[in-house]
Design a protein around this ligand. Structure first.
Ligand SMILES: [Zn+2]
Length: 379
């Protein structure tokens, strides 16, 4: 099933907006190239209003001539849209705070002024032939009837889509599904984009719920980088759509691990070993039952093939190992042992694992093997 989902990856905007994260020009170019090479259709690449350095970075990306469409983030203000035009991009997100909380307590304005601001900014952008995503900041806490009003304005003025932002990450997938389904029906002419945050650990689930409810566009970041707890992770959304929902995005997933490592390094945000989809250890099997099952047939304990995301399977030897896993691990080291020997060695490997409170390295396993191989034979 392919439903034409379009990924708008915002690693270079919301991702870099993570407190303390800065990408160099070279890193931005490398990330954009990687995203483009795997088939990501749209890249949110920065905020031109931030200044000359940011604009030069965006222009460098424009000059790459990528297949992916580059889109910039702007407040719904004419000078900011002008700054985007000056960078040479053809698409803009124009953002407005849409919840009463933010309209009254942050902007200190009214819904009416927000609507007027949208009309002016959208009119300006469309008169310059830009592709426009109207960004509803804090849409998840906004009055839904006000969202419909903004989407109606978007439709009537030729805006291309509406970005529904769960800016604070306070939604759950069921609420997201209902909200997006309602908005799709209310203004079917305007496509919806979902922008989700992970404050309650539901960014990926909410993004997928939004898509299931009819959103065509989804914001992601590599490793789920982003403000506070982060955004929906590119690798999780793509693999979740594929394996949990049967929805193909057309993205080549084989470089996910490589891309995650690159972004982890560039952002100084190390990749947790158990990070879903791309963590080093998400295909590591230790317990006797699981290792044995995977050795017999990986489908027993793996939801998808690790090679799909550029990972490899590993059999870990530790406290919970069984003889099957131990034999397989030694075999991968070029050492062949029978079950009887495995039983003897298992006692030793378990004891060492317990005393060191971790799994064993190849060196330790080899030492145990040699030690016990040299034990005097019974007379
Ligand atoms: Zn965000």
């Amino acid at each position: 099933m392919a439903n034409g989902v379009i990924i708008d990856d915002t690693t270079l905007r919301d991702g870099e907006q993570t407190a303390g994260v800065v990408f160099s020009r070279r890193e931005k170019i490398a990330i954009a190239r990687m995203l483009d090479s795997i088939g990501v259709q749209e890249i949110e690449c920065g905020i031109p209003a931030m200044g000359d350095e940011e604009r030069a970075g965006i222009m460098a990306l424009v000059n790459l001539g990528l297949n992916a469409r580059l889109i910039t983030w702007n407040r719904a203000l004419v000078p900011e849209i002008e700054a985007s035009i000056a960078c040479g991009v053809q698409a803009v997100d124009i953002s407005l705070s849409v919840s009463d909380q933010m309209i009254l307590n942050k902007l200190r304005k009214s819904r009416e002024t927000v609507k007027e601001q949208l009309k002016v900014a959208l009119g300006f952008a469309k008169s310059h032939n830009l592709y426009v995503s109207v960004g509803g900041e804090d849409a998840s806490r906004a009055d839904v009837s006000f969202l419909v009003e903004l989407m109606e304005i978007t439709r009537s003025m030729g805006g291309d889509r509406f970005r529904f932002c769960d800016t604070l990450g306070v939604m759950d997938p069921f609420g997201m599904y209902d909200r997006i389904e309602f908005l799709r029906k209310a203004v079917p002419e305007v496509e919806i984009e979902v922008h989700t945050h992970n404050d309650l650990g539901m960014a990926t689930a909410n993004a997928i719920a939004g898509i299931r409810a009819g959103a065509k566009f989804v914001n992601t970041t590599i490793n789920g980088l982003g403000e506070r707890a982060g955004n929906a992770a590119l690798e999780e959304v793509v693999m979740g759509l594929k394996h949990a929902c049967g929805i193909e995005t057309g993205i080549d997933t084989h470089r996910f691990r490589e891309m995650s490592l690159f972004v982890a390094k560039a952002s100084h945000r190390p990749l947790p070993v158990s990070k879903p989809v791309v963590g080093e250890r998400v295909f590591a099997h230790e317990s006797g039952l699981h290792a044995d099952g995977v050795i017999k047939d990986p489908h027993n304990y793996e939801g998808f093939d690790p090679a799909e995301v550029g990972l490899t399977r590993s059999i870990v030897v530790g406290k919970h190992s069984g003889t099957g896993g131990l034999i397989e691990r030694y075999r991968s080291m070029g050492v062949f042992i029978d079950r009887k020997r495995a039983e003897l060695l298992l006692e030793k490997t378990r004891a060492l694992s317990c005393s060191r409170k971790r799994d064993l390295t190849n060196c330790e396993l080899m030492a145990i093997y040699i030690e016990n191989d040299q034990m005097p034979k019974a007379a």
